[in-house]
Design a binder for this molecule. Structure first.
Ligand SMILES: *[C@@H]1O[C@H](CO)[C@@H](O)[C@H](O)[C@H]1NC(C)=O
Ligand SMILES: *[C@@H]1O[C@H](CO)[C@@H](O)[C@H](O)[C@H]1NC(C)=O
Ligand SMILES: *[C@@H]1O[C@H](CO)[C@@H](O)[C@H](O)[C@H]1NC(C)=O
Ligand SMILES: *[C@@H]1O[C@H](CO)[C@@H](O)[C@H](O)[C@H]1NC(C)=O
Ligand SMILES: *[C@@H]1O[C@H](CO)[C@@H](O)[C@H](O)[C@H]1NC(C)=O
Length: 670
């Protein structure tokens, strides 16, 4: 991220009516740690835990020598965000997998930071009295820790520390400090945190009005993203050149999407809040959307060209915004749409921007690229430096090294939600996992290797009856007559979705689960997953298998260019197969491999899925390079009869460089 050299000052508007309370979310979050990963997802989280998430405190100065514990690092431009970013992912990961090293560093950092809380309640370094922002990710970590810890001394310490911090912020705002720059642009995170603790206090019969007042001051004192940006004439409809303004920063945009749904709880306008969030997301998608479910942002919003990048930070922040949008949506149908994006980001954009061992990442990922090297002075992205495409420890900028950790853990926490009023457990996204739910007093295990398999089993043990509500992914909801293509069994009895319409509603399958103390296969679902093509006017054609975006395998070569310690290196990645291929109207897609995911589920060499396609070779003048990247198609070319080649496609997440948006050849060009 580039820090602006000017201050964006926003006046405190009058606060209007005083708050009266918070609307209950329709779906409730399941406390962090009560959903645990299984199968390939567990393998992926354990890899993450044993790689950078547990090792950064031992060799990366921003955490090892952090200003939060009195050190000299983690203080770029008076911002102290790296240790908080890391904890925002390390804390939930520690609650989801058993890794003793991770457990030890998380406890050590959190409680030493709390030990250093100032007398006025301030948490962390105090080099800029108005830098509330650096604390937001730390507070998000505290929400997740507080959710996950059993009642007891540690939990109470977190609560008291956070409430004292709220009082310190309130005092600073009351004394005239304004909510500025990132504290303002990213304020919805802070409001979410305040609401979590207001809910907790209210549920235990304590008064929380002061904190609602604080949330209101922060809301009205911070940037009005809807009217000043997403819904304004300034919202960029084309890729931006170098640094334009702090509102056009992609990560801030990804975070800002949640503003409507978060504030909707306090304003009482849940439907209007969702409409605001969804409008923001649709603006990003319409003008900058990319086929992996994210949007183009190489620092600043970067448009839809598949060779323009997306920051890893923006991927994980989009995922967190989509999880909240789903949880706080007014209807199941709207929740399902937000979950479609969460799913696509989690299965495509996230692994597509992490190495298979989770030891390295690029700053920017690309839908189309054939090169990711340590030094690219001539590059197609606008604002970032020559290392932005490289896989490494902290290419281009340090923020993504610190911030990526939240991606998988928060995704895991979002696999299930519950509706305590309607006694429903919502299976929001399919991935192998096990949940302890309060509805039904149920333990539910989802056994599957989806998205690498075509069946699901819910193994359930429950003291009370409940409704299991299973979201159908978009690729199934979009099938005409999906009721005929799905096969379901409830307690061993086949369910005929066509004859028993009560089992389907608004894109969800509904199963009434009777109480039973025996752990049994209560629900089984089988579904089809055939490769398909999706076309768009400006991005050509992409192939998918279920939720998986498919990418041309370039037989990538990795060469270490710098070694840091442990298993951490920077890498040059180059292609050893040609990338200039067009997609004919019938590429004869064939699934040639669908295997159980291995120790590294997103491995390039041992990817669980492989699809073969008949593609057409293009010449250099048909598809020229542009600054070291696949450029714009040459529409005045007259193709010689192109040669057909059979090539492999892999899930996008199994590749580091790839072509995933192909030129669509028309019949005459084929
Ligand atoms: C569920 O609860 C049981 C019993 O308290 C515990 O052993 C288990 O670890 C819990 N599982 C999850 C996923 O929270
Ligand atoms: C965006 O602005 C238009 C025009 O003022 C308005 O009609 C629309 O409701 C706004 N949308 C949102 C989500 O605020
Ligand atoms: C990595 O790529 C850069 C840019 O092409 C090049 O200068 C450098 O020599 C490469 N290093 C190795 C070890 O291949
Ligand atoms: C898919 O799941 C089924 C049943 O759970 C299993 O028999 C099959 O081996 C799995 N296939 C793969 C590729 O994992
Ligand atoms: C585009 O194609 C035309 C016709 O083949 C060719 O003359 C021209 O050089 C090409 N342009 C580029 C930029 O390659």
């Amino acid at each position: 991220m580039a820090w602006p050299s000017f201050c964006l000052l926003l006046g405190l508007a009058s606060t209007g009516e005083s708050a009266t309370g918070l609307a209950s979310p329709r779906w409730r979050r399941i406390p962090t740690g009560s959903v645990r990963p299984g199968g390939w997802l567990k393998a992926q989280l354990e890899l993450q835990a044993s790689a950078l998430t547990s090792h950064l405190p031992f060799f990366w100065d921003n955490i090892k020598e952090t200003s939060w514990l009195g050190g000299n690092y983690d203080s770029t431009a008076n911002i102290h965000q790296n240790t908080p970013y890391w904890l925002n992912g390390a804390v939930p990961l520690h609650l989801q997998v058993d890794n003793p090293v991770l457990a030890a560093v998380v406890e050590d950092y959190v409680f030493r930071i709390l030990d250093r809380q100032a007398a006025d309640g301030w948490l962390g370094p105090d080099t800029d009295r108005s830098d509330f922002y650096s604390r937001y990710p730390f507070l998000l970590a505290m929400v997740q820790y507080h959710e996950g810890l059993p009642d007891g001394e540690k939990r109470e310490r977190i609560l008291q520390a956070v409430l004292r911090f709220f009082a310190a912020v309130r005092e600073r705002i009351d004394s005239g400090l304004l909510v500025t720059i990132y504290s303002s642009l990213r304020a919805p995170e802070f409001i979410f945190v305040i609401h979590y603790f207001v809910d907790f206090l209210t549920a235990s019969g304590r008064d929380a009005q002061d904190f609602l007042d604080l949330a209101e001051k922060v809301y009205y004192g911070s940037f009005d993203w809807n009217s000043m940006w997403f819904n304004s004439s300034f919202f960029p409809r084309t890729p931006l050149p170098k640094f334009v303004s702090s509102e056009s920063n992609g990560v801030s945009n990804a975070q800002a999407v949640k503003r409507g749904v978060v504030w909707g709880r306090q304003s009482g306008g849940t439907a209007a809040g969702f409409a605001e969030s969804w409008f923001a997301w649709e603006q990003l998608q319409r003008f900058h959307g990319q086929v992996h479910g994210g949007f183009g942002t190489d620092e600043q919003l970067a448009g839809r060209m598949p060779s323009r990048g997306m920051e890893l930070c923006a991927v994980v922040e989009s995922m967190w915004s989509m999880a909240l949008a789903a949880q706080l949506a007014p209807t199941d149908g709207q929740a399902a749409e937000a979950l479609d994006f969460l799913e696509s980001l989690a299965f495509n954009a996230l692994p597509g921007s992490l190495s298979d061992d989770l030891w390295s990442h690029p700053y920017l990922q690309f839908v189309n690229s054939y090169l990711a090297v340590s030094n690219q002075p001539q590059h197609i992205w606008a604002s970032d430096g020559p290392q932005a495409a490289m896989y490494g420890l902290s290419p281009n900028f340090e923020c993504c090294t610190a911030n990526f950790h939240q991606g998988y853990p928060k995704f895991t926490s979002s696999l299930f939600f519950e509706d305590p009023v309607e006694e429903q457990l919502i299976s929001a996204v399919w991935a192998p996992s096990v949940v302890n739910a309060s509805v039904g007093q149920a333990r539910v295990e989802l056994r599957t290797s989806y998205p690498f398999n075509t069946s699901l089993e819910y193994w359930i043990q429950n003291l009370k009856p409940f409704l299991l509500k299973v979201r159908l992914p978009k690729f199934l909801r979009s099938l005409a007559n999906f009721e005929q293509s799905l096969h379901c069994w409830l307690e061993g009895r086949p369910v005929h979705l066509l004859k028993e319409p009560q089992f389907v509603k608004d894109g969800f399958l509904l199963f009434h689960i009777s109480a039973s103390e025996s752990n049994r296969l209560a629900v089984r679902i089988e579904f089809p997953m055939a490769p398909r093509l999706e076309r768009s006017a400006d991005q050509g054609v992409s192939a998918f298998l279920g939720p998986l975006l498919l990418a041309l395998d370039l037989a990538e070569q990795h060469r270490s260019v710098h070694y840091y310690g442990f298993a951490s290196s920077d890498w040059n990645i180059t292609a050893s197969l040609p990338w200039r291929l067009g997609m004919p109207s019938d590429p004869k897609l064939t699934v040639t491999k669908m295997a159980k995911p291995g120790e590294k589920p997103m491995s390039n060499r041992d990817c669980p899925v492989r699809v073969e396609a008949s593609l057409k070779e293009l010449a250099e003048e048909d598809w020229p390079e542009e600054h070291g990247a696949p450029g714009r198609l040459n529409r005045s070319f007259h193709p010689k009869p192109p040669k057909a080649v059979r090539r492999s496609l892999l899930p996008y997440g199994c590749s580091s460089i790839r072509i995933a948006a192909f030129p669509a050849l028309s019949l005459s060009e084929e």
